[in-house]
Design a protein around this ligand. Structure first.
Ligand SMILES: Cc1cc2nc3c(=O)[nH]c(=O)nc-3n(C[C@H](O)[C@H](O)[C@H](O)COP(=O)(O)O)c2cc1C
Length: 175
């Protein structure tokens, strides 16, 4: 059966990460489909689901959150991997790793808490200076923050490869 890679993206960087994950997993038996969460009516025809969202104001975008809520019972019956896309690699160096970790924990304790996840990765996306007001932009730069395309494609590929490897493992016994 096919693997679904579903995404919610406001400005496109999360969609491109989802497309990269799907392309990287293209050789899995049954193939991979990559779709916006808003295009998905049911996940029942998929063997496994990878779902990701941009982070806005410390939370997943509303369509991704709605996807988890609406399809929760079906998601619980198949392996699910999640990824969140923020800008922690743009933070001043001292806070980068800790920022991503805190964000991961916060999301897992809130919006992701009812979905059993095989794993949850936090990636950085694209953070443009135009996304902040001029005073905040200046302050952000002064404290060591950086803007731009922060995506770590090697880490994204490695995560997709890990999912591919887990899918090839025998299914764990049902409890
Ligand atoms: C209005 C707004 C709010 C954001 N809030 C956060 C946030 O709370 N945490 C974070 O890490 N990144 C935040 N970001 C950065 C985005 O997550 C980042 O730019 C990401 O690449 C956006 O994905 P997209 O291009 O798929 O929309 C925010 C961006 C915008 C425009």
């Amino acid at each position: 059966m096919t693997v679904l890679v579903a995404y919610a993206s406001a400005l496109g960087s999360t969609r491109e990460i989802a497309e990269r994950v799907a392309a990287r997993m293209a050789a899995v038996p049954g193939g991979v489909e990559c779709r916006s969460v808003e295009q998905i009516e049911s996940v029942s025809g998929y063997e496994a689901v990878v779902v990701g969202s941009a982070i806005h104001n410390q939370a997943w975008l509303a369509p991704a959150w709605e996807f988890l809520t609406e399809h929760g019972p079906e998601l619980a019956q198949r392996p699910v991997w999640a990824f969140s896309v923020g800008m922690s690699d743009g933070l001043p160096k001292l806070f980068r790793g800790r920022g991503a970790e805190l964000q991961k924990q916060r999301l897992e304790q809130t919006q992701l808490k009812d979905v059993p996840l095989r794993s949850h990765a936090v990636f950085s996306g694209v953070y443009e200076a135009s996304q902040l007001s001029a005073p905040l932009r200046a302050l952000f730069r002064l404290t060591g923050g950086r803007f731009g395309d922060l995506r770590d494609w090697a880490a994204i590929d490695a995560w997709a490869d890990q999912i591919t490897a887990e899918l090839a493992e025998p299914a764990p016994p049902q409890s």
